[in-house]
Ligand binder design. Structure first.
Ligand code: URA
Ligand code: SF4
Length: 177
């Protein structure tokens, strides 16, 4: 992953390059059976250059523990490698510019299961427009990968029903491994 990481750290393919402190390439075990895909770096991630290190990241660690997994067992990357201003939604042209990087990461890790967090990651992998509310918790085969869409951890913080659903989905992740 080192060569690709060097390229991405110098990327200027979309305007998000202007607002970033750090590129957030991704981290974890490149031989993992489970790859977790998020949306884009937030403030803490931009500051530290690592994915899911803020509040959503602490919660992601709890969710991984529910599935008997640790961070070092998985590989984590985002659809976008640079933080959108004020954490706004990724734009189609930014996703398109950044897409080759996540595709290459996915090919290199070659996981059994891809857990997509929220709508943007799920749409990126499944290439459809269906919403996460109907897709979450149902594994689907996409080529050689099992794709497992779940709610984004940040989206469940103030929604107890979604939070319960997300935790149940992580408990069920065990049965896919
Ligand atoms: N939310 C994401 O989608 N990715 C991160 O890295 C942090 C928060
Ligand atoms: Fe490059 Fe992706 Fe960052 Fe845009 S978001 S500058 S495409 S690494």
């Amino acid at each position: 992953m080192n060569n690709l990481e060097k390229i991405v750290k110098n990327c200027s393919k979309c305007p998000l390059k202007d607002g970033r402190t750090n590129v957030v390439f991704g981290s974890g075990n490149v031989n993992a059976d489970v790859m977790i895909i998020g949306e884009a770096p937030g403030k803490n991630e931009d500051e530290q250059g690592l994915p899911f290190v803020g509040k959503a990241g602490q919660y992601l660690d709890e969710l991984l523990a529910i599935a008997n997994l640790k961070r070092e067992d998985v590989y984590i990357a985002n659809v976008l490698k640079c933080r959108p201003p004020s954490n706004r939604n990724p734009r189609a042209e930014e996703i398109q510019a950044c897409a080759p990087y996540l595709r290459e990461q996915t090919a290199k890790v070659n996981p059994k299961v891809i857990v997509t967090l929220g709508n943007f990651a799920t749409r990126f992998i499944l290439k459809n427009e269906e919403g996460i509310t109907s897709l979450h918790g149902k594994p689907v085969q996409a080529g050689k990968f099992t794709v497992y869409p779940v709610f984004h951890p940040a989206s469940t913080m103030y929604d107890p029903k979604k939070k319960t659903a997300l935790e149940k989905d992580f408990a069920n992740l065990k049965s896919l491994l």
